[in-house]
Design a protein around this ligand. Sequence first.
Ligand SMILES: Cc1ncc(COP(=O)(O)O)c(C=O)c1O
Length: 383
Amino acid sequence: MPPSDIASSPPAAGESRRLSQYLDHAPPCLRWADLPTPIERLPWLEAGRNVACFIKRDDRSSSLYGGGKVRKLEFELADPRHQTTRPVVSIGGFGSHSLLSLALFLRRQRRRLHALVFDQVVTHHARQNLAVLASLDTQFWSTRTRLGLGLSQLAYRTYARPEVSGVAVAAGASSALGSLGFVEAGLELAAQIEAGQCPRPDRIYITAGSAGSSAGLALGLALAGVRTQLRLISAVEPLLFNRWLYRLKLAAVWRELRRRGPRQALPSSATGWLQQRGVDIEIDHRQVGPGYAVPTAAGQAMVATAAQRGLHLETTYTAKCVAALHQDLERETVPPNSTVLFWHTHADNELAPHVRPGWEESLPPRLRRVLDASRPALEPRPL
Ligand SMILES: Cc1ncc(COP(=O)(O)O)c(C=O)c1O
């Protein structure tokens, strides 16, 4: 269908945010997320400045486990590859939100998670995520560093029996298919702007790790014609996330869109098209600090400030993202009279009910030793 036909047949209410309005062969979707997520004003970040701050509340995207991951999983786990009772295998830090959301949502499919995990700083938050993972009967293969994951994967492929080995889900659920969930997120924001729920943001702050969220969002905003600057606040070191890797991620999601029968002509390269559509991308590594998942003072300050306003951030991703926004506001590098939006990608759900007493016993001995060694530092606060 040529673009003029889209304009001449306005979508039904709520449908303009669906990929099916843009693709002849939109992929199946489990529709697990509670969408659209609300947009609210953040007066405490504005602090009387001449800048309007908004928040996109993906923390409320699911009553089971919100955040950005459910948007990806509802596409990823709807794929025919997943029409099986076999487990899923995926990778991440042992406190990974991606693994956690996988384990929680896989229960709806009566499936289990095989988690290949690397060590990270043992914060209360990471420990609680691990507690839920273990309580959901996740089977672990653990290694000390991210580099060691290659060997873990090899060992897993060699030793897991084929009939019980897992169907692979990419790190952060950021496969091209999963990232389409964030293309829809861009369409969703466009529909909210159109409905007057917030002005068009001049800047959007979103954190980036495996970058499926931000790649999908950029393409979704461009498809819907929202001109903006996306500031990708990296949670990982420049070697693991940079302009080059982001282009690869964009290209993969772009290919997925193009092969699904787009109703408007899409050129072969995403990057030139994004520029043409007025979506500008900046990658910012200034908040990474000592490394991935290492809390920083600026991030911890944001966790505390946000908590006083009832907003739940965590130190690996979202606190660093808000710290970047806060710093830009303080240094007055956000132009006056502009509108900025923080895309909140972390779940706001209570996890304690999922934790089973004695969960530590199901961990591999090496992982238990890591937890035991960190116990004195964590002792003052309950789980
Ligand atoms: C809370 C949270 N926000 C953002 C991200 C980053 O999303 P992406 O991996 O798509 O860049 C993650 C990744 O795990 C996450 O856990």
